[in-house]
Ligand binder design. Sequence first.
Ligand SMILES: Cc1cc2nc3c(=O)[nH]c(=O)nc-3n(C[C@H](O)[C@H](O)[C@H](O)COP(=O)(O)OP(=O)(O)OC[C@H]3O[C@@H](n4cnc5c(N)ncnc54)[C@H](O)[C@@H]3O)c2cc1C
Length: 532
Amino acid sequence: MTAQYDAIVIGAGHNGLTAAAYLARAGRKVLVLERRHIIGGAAVTEEIFPGFKYSVCSYVVSLLRPEIIRDLELARHGLEMLPLDGTFTPMPNGDHLWRTDDPAQTFRAIARHSRIDAEAYDKYGRAMVEMGRFAKPLLAMTPPDPFKPRMADVRALRGILKRFRALPDDERYNQLQLLTMSAADFLDQWFETDVLKATMAASGIIGTFLGVRSPGTAYVLLHHYMGDIDGAFRSWGLARGGTGAVSDAIAAAAVTAGATIRVNAAVGKILVKDGRATGVALENGNEFHAPVVLSSVDPRLTFQKMVGEPLLPSDFVDDIRRYKFRGSSGKVNLALDALPDFTALKGPGAHLRGAISISPGMEYMERAYDDAKYGQFSRRPYIDIVIPSLTDASVAPPGKHVMSCFVQYAPYELSEGPAAWDRQGEAFGDAVVNTIAEYAPNLKDIILHRQVLTPLDIERDFGLSEGNIFQGELSLEQLFFLRPAPGWAGYRTPIERLYLCGSAAHPGGGIMGAPGMNAAKRVIADTKVKKR
Ligand SMILES: Cc1cc2nc3c(=O)[nH]c(=O)nc-3n(C[C@H](O)[C@H](O)[C@H](O)COP(=O)(O)OP(=O)(O)OC[C@H]3O[C@@H](n4cnc5c(N)ncnc54)[C@H](O)[C@@H]3O)c2cc1C
């Protein structure tokens, strides 16, 4: 059969769509095949309960690359970002910590707990922004290969080294600390207030099977400082209409540029002839042919399931088998009849419009991890809550609300095995609601509907192996030139003309679009028709 398309993209998550949009804009005929009935992958909005639109998985946006927003004209295609200001942490003793983007308010809020910390906070923020500035360009680049370096790799490595050497001494030292320390140890050097450190440390553990005291988690603190909403460094925002609106806008850009997107089209196999990708076969047997295939699903699905290990080099197979997923997160989405009323700060104030963090202390956070280490979900978990309906009226009926609760830890590997999640899912949902109700006692009375997503659900429904929210842990040994395997961080794979373009490729997970954009650029460069 002759190829109808120049490229096929497996999966219509936001990265697959981003790759498709860049390829289509470069004049390539692109077909995107999506297993689910709806596009978006983990960046999706669904009306699970009538009138209430849940951002089912991802719920806040920060890392989406500004150049993608510009290049794909996402605002013109319907994307509107709304700011999410502040983090409110209620405490068991009835006190609270509430930080916002207003430096004076935050200074006063922290000074109630510690004057020393209030003074250190601004300095810390500036140091993290500076470190983010060093690391940010790495997100947009194809990682150089230090294992079999070509000239371009050597040049890129030299460039990074040169920028590193140009940093002031203290920043270089900070960078090395971030790479080696735990979030707890790193923050201990700056602050003394337990609730402040615990809430800040939380961003170090998201999507990893690590605790706040595990080495390497300090780096992930930085990952969460590299965001940018409308030019405001580090800030987090909501997409009007839920995170599905990000995927929808990217899809609109792709379709406008000529791409075709098909849903209910599960790819079962990547077709390979003489070591080269030639197309895909759907699970229903239909085949589509193209000289280039990009996969936005994770490496286990791409290589072990769709390509098949016998067609791959054995050292690469070993690396992919070793690649760690270890999902550790769950999600509880609630439809509410009214707003939760927190004992620590009563009433429907602005503190409910930002993030609400159940992270009252370091010991609490580490104990939540202890449960997970021994194959249990956290009885008292870390929970990151947002109530998007307070900022975006389109997601709930008037006077009603949606509440998104991101939860750690929910280990995929329960002590009785992952299948036990089907028996324990509701108990997990209860643990989440009971924990929040300790701080907001009216919660149980105002719940109209509850959606519980266990890591097993995340795997089954969204195709994320072991329920890992980032298509593989964002731990240091799986980042940059090691993602997803040494020697294969440049979007190419051992199968010629098969590329990775999802979160399992550099720079990893989060609604970022960078893997999709970088992979598309790689494909465009590799398949450029040479002028005579
Ligand atoms: C619970 C949860 C909460 C999160 N919270 C946040 C957050 O608040 N902020 C943030 O920035 N990030 C968050 N993330 C991470 C972020 O959502 C993901 O990293 C990102 O959306 C992944 O995008 P992707 O396109 O790389 O992959 P995916 O979104 O995983 O897309 C892959 C697509 O491939 C499809 N697919 C799978 N198998 C097949 C097949 N056989 N054939 C065809 N298609 C197939 C899937 O259905 C999916 O649509 C969260 C993730 C989860 C799961």
